[in-house]
Unconditional design. Sequence first.
Lengths: 488, 488
Amino acid sequence: MAKEITPRTDDYSQWYIDVVKKAQLAENSAVRGCMVIKPYGFAIWEKMRDQLDRMFKETGHVNAYFPLFIPKSFLSKEAEHVEGFAKECAVVTHHRLMNDPEGSGLIVDPTSKLEEELIVRPTSETMIWNTYRDWIKSYRDLPLLINQWANVVRWEMRTRLFLRTTEFLWQEGHTAHATRQEAVEEALKMQAVYAQFAEEYMAMPVIQGAKTPNERFAGAEDTLTIEALMQDGKALQAGTSHFLGQNFARAFDVMFLNEDNQQELVWATSWGVSTRLVGGLIMTHSDDEGLVVPPKLAPTQVVIVPIPKPSPEFGEVAEKIMRALRDKGISVMYDQDMKNRPGFKFAEYEMRGIPVRIAFGARDLENNQLEVARRDTKEKTAVPIDGIAGYVENLLDEIQKNLFNRAKDYRDSHITRVDTMDDFKQVLKEKGGFLSAHWDGTTETELKIKEMTKATIRCIPNDAEQEDGVCILTGKPSTQRVLFAMAY
Amino acid sequence: MAKEITPRTDDYSQWYIDVVKKAQLAENSAVRGCMVIKPYGFAIWEKMRDQLDRMFKETGHVNAYFPLFIPKSFLSKEAEHVEGFAKECAVVTHHRLMNDPEGSGLIVDPTSKLEEELIVRPTSETMIWNTYRDWIKSYRDLPLLINQWANVVRWEMRTRLFLRTTEFLWQEGHTAHATRQEAVEEALKMQAVYAQFAEEYMAMPVIQGAKTPNERFAGAEDTLTIEALMQDGKALQAGTSHFLGQNFARAFDVMFLNEDNQQELVWATSWGVSTRLVGGLIMTHSDDEGLVVPPKLAPTQVVIVPIPKPSPEFGEVAEKIMRALRDKGISVMYDQDMKNRPGFKFAEYEMRGIPVRIAFGARDLENNQLEVARRDTKEKTAVPIDGIAGYVENLLDEIQKNLFNRAKDYRDSHITRVDTMDDFKQVLKEKGGFLSAHWDGTTETELKIKEMTKATIRCIPNDAEQEDGVCILTGKPSTQRVLFAMAY
């Protein structure tokens, strides 16, 4: 199996597709750009979703559900928003099919044309703010801290499994506040929640920053982002949190009576992460043998493989180990397949990225020991049976940390300070990664650099130091560096 | 607040709408027939979903995700299926909007017409069996036991919050098997899982049975159902499990190599429950004071209300109680509102159906006791502070049981054996509920009775006794009674 994966150095894009396919994470469907998320891929997404959901609830948010369809007229209400989202979307125009009276099969019934077309939601600000109008009357109704887990559709021209698909799964938080300050803080808080999730659970280091006006969400006053770096030196926008100002309240006429008895427009944020994170997870850790999943998100953390094959005696040993591991909250499975050989199985479990493999045969049991292999480094160690659960528990922690540190070392060594356009181009071409450079702050310069190099400004880091310098393109004065990169 | 609920005896339909609205469960959206599920309603659905998901996983199923859109041509492949679902569905015909060059605003871009229309899934058999064709090659690939949690759309003409909406949330299980026997057993197993969930968690007694051919799912060889009885004497189909035979395998050419090395068509089941269950929950237990939620599905099981209002001292007592309850896994909240009076709060929490209310004032604390009120019977008891957690734990169990028994008594007393059409009509009119009657087994008779009375055959109970009799309409011989009812 593993041999069928294209090495990363040969063709990184093909390697990614191979891993997604061979690890049975997802596949393309019969509908252009829409994927089927296979059970193993979905199990990873479920782990992510459940943890994020816990973090949202711990920060005071509740879930709700809003309609899939958005009336066309809603999209027009926020001028920038419509520019960003109306262009490529799925439009429902009819509500019935019929048998063609001329015998050509099933056709759209022309009499079922809708009075107003419905758009399959590309994001739900418009529907939700239209609803909030009835929910918010007074400052006592605020803040409103609501999240929804949903599918959304954006008619993408070029799609790639998990990273960019026509339909994807995501969560979208939509909060309403009485003051600008509170909304700004909410947007920052959720950026921090995303960063914590990415680093602690996905073991994926991220840079927190703000998007430039040109890269903002359509309708936002400020877009905060977490940006990760993939192994090919390209950046991935992994989550965004938007301060929307009063734009949607204005568009949908959402006013509240403030403590001074004055009518005021409501302040808003929205924030989202999607199944794109699964793509980021794959590209951050996986290798030429297949998927690597951090223990905290692995649907199965440990697999036990008897050598050369299962037997009743081996089964008893495995049962004992499984009980000890499960008592510590570790998920484990026992390979009971009689047909395939150990070497095949080892390759298969490496492909699926199971963090720890325990193997044993008759000789191991005589010596009261087990062979423990870790997926991240592929090291094998002989471990006494007694105390195996404690050993594995520590090892899972160690793997989680190692994956993060490894990714962080790579990321940190791929942030390069450049001070001229020549250096910029050379580093971009030869090394990739983030380029930390001075920029004059104009969209014009940003777009020129993009046109010249295809690199975009990924973010203005939250922790950027103030430093006098000159724009690499125009030589105009600048007070801080921003991060450029090629991006997914 | 409670006064605004229409009593059940005055107008049951309006009572239902009032409860849904006043308990803040859901509301109609700007899109015809689509609802907004509000945070409290969604929290109840989440509890249901999480428990069902555990039960599906315990019975060996895994989750996956299939596309929202189904190519029009897929629907035509299974002849009965298309009759059942193509009629009223949301049809996506274009993928872009544009600004009208003549200035009338946002219009559908005529150049973005899709080559083949896409249907927003009304159910996913067609998409999933088209996918299974590539997943199933040999008996070793079987069984395939997959579930998906998703939104679906059926263009309903008359909608009612939770009970029948254009878009709804559900789960749909789709399993593939090597033998007829195994698929039949799977369909029965999932019917039993649904019944267990309905009775143990929703405290809603159900009758397990089979649908008549006329009431079967479009494309099924057999449809199993769980049928509940609402307080107005109308039945609610709460979940269905279908034995699909080889119909979808045939339509999508899904063959497998059996153990004898022969190509054979795959056997199938599908099964689903939806947000309709929330409607069933409401109508089974709630009363003229508002919602009643069984403890096992209550987002908040206990509320603590200080009398007359919060104080630092009361806060300390509440903290202690909350810790003790949470240690037992009981969810609890403390009402810290300073403005509203206790009576208002009591009515509010009754409206929301919180199973247990604990109230206390200074005098109660002097006496080392608390006032505990249960939502189901509205009884109040003085309970010593020491041991309150154990008391509440038992009380929650007691409430759960009482709700089930109460609903079961009602249901059992509303199954009436009738042997003539006159009795049938009279009981249907005066008492409602299930009518247990002999039927000659023909669709013709079934439809005639429906035309005459609006009652339908809800099911042929799994445990129906063999009994010789004659059809109430035609006088033809019959060997068992079936259950008729008016239904949602």
